[in-house]
Write a protein that binds this ligand. Structure first.
Ligand code: ATP
Length: 305
């Protein structure tokens, strides 16, 4: 079992009289790309600010790197882009990195070239940051966050404002950092569909509460199009699906229902075969959603909570 890189325990944050985070318990495992999803105002940035130590929790605690310590040295093992990265427009990419390195007291000037190359900015040479596109600025922000060789990288809505190509490039870069350098990543967004192409686990926040923590496998399972079938004899139905309808693309669930992933356009044929064989159909419902509708249904159903 992989170790926890980050765990929040009964975390609360209150501003004035309002709780913006309510009893948040999330866990991020080593090697995860963890997607934090929520509508505007859900509390994503507030949670990230607590994790990065920019603000303190009203209640609860945060465990980092499988330990309870929250001192400064442990936070050196994380890098973050929270809000827009603080870039100096009149300087080049490598000058920006050098200033940041000195301010943070990170040793090793030679690592700057390497970080620029890692984020695909090594050819920008004398070009000043004020001439950079938004995508290039985000890459430079990433290089800043990577300077201390973090084990955990935290990115708050990093693709905001990027064009579609920029979003894809940024996503590929994040995947590469995770895959090749083993960096664990926490990334927030208000779009589940966007993060679903990147993250392996998700925390869905709504109105300051964690409404669901789910893996990509579970998510795909929930969203996969299928026909939910309930009959009076499930074993017989399975035999009919195999022998008469010639499909084995179905699962018999513990609750006695069948999830049929094939023949979705042949509902009438399926029901006829089952009834012709004397079965009573109690339910036959098309199920499955695209990710964004799933997200809407989750946050919609907790709207009154
Ligand atoms: N410093 C603060 N003082 C008072 N209220 C705050 C403060 N920071 C955040 N909030 C409130 O906390 C709630 C959650 O905001 P937060 O920025 O964490 O959400 P978010 O999910 O990151 O949204 P967005 O995607 O719009 O940034 C909002 O109602 C916001 O007004």
């Amino acid at each position: 079992m992989s170790k926890n890189i980050l765990r929040t325990i009964n975390l609360y944050k209150k501003y004035s009289d309002d709780y913006v985070l309510n009893n948040i318990n999330i866990s991020i495992k080593e090697g995860d790309i963890y997607g934090l999803i929520g509508l505007n105002g859900a509390g994503k940035s507030s949670l990230i600010r607590l994790i990065t130590g920019l603000t303190a929790p009203t209640n609860g605690s945060i465990e980092l790197f499988d330990g309870k310590s929250q001192n400064l040295s442990i936070r050196k093992r994380m890098g973050a882009i929270v809000e827009s990265p603080a870039l100096i427009p009149s300087m080049t990419a490598s000058e920006n990195l050098e200033v940041h390195r000195l301010v943070k007291g990170i040793p090793g000037k030679e690592s700057i070239k390497h970080k620029l190359s890692l984020v695909g900015l090594k050819d920008t040479k004398r070009k000043k940051v004020k001439q950079f596109s938004l995508g290039m600025k985000q890459r430079l922000g990433l290089a800043l966050a990577l300077l201390g060789d973090p084990e955990l990288l935290i990115l708050d809505e990093p693709t905001n404002g990027l064009d579609p190509v920029g979003v894809i490039e940024f996503r590929e870069l994040i995947k590469k950092l995770n895959r090749e350098r083993g960096i664990t990543i926490l990334i927030s967004s208000h779009m589940l569909s966007e993060l679903s192409q990147l993250a392996n686990r998700f925390g869905i926040l709504h109105k300051g509460r964690l409404v669901e923590e789910i893996s990509i496998k579970e998510l795909n399972e929930k969203c996969k199009q299928h026909l939910l079938i309930k009959v009076d004899n499930v074993n017989r139905a399975a035999t009919i699906l195999e022998n008469e309808l010639k499909t084995n693309e179905f699962e018999v669930k513990h609750d006695g229902t069948i999830k049929l992933y094939a023949l979705l356009d042949e509902v009438r044929q399926v029901s006829q075969s089952l009834t012709n064989n004397g079965l009573i159909i109690e339910q036959m419902t098309p199920m499955g959603k695209d990710l964004e509708s799933y997200f809407t249904s989750i946050v919609g159903s907790s709207n009154n909570g």
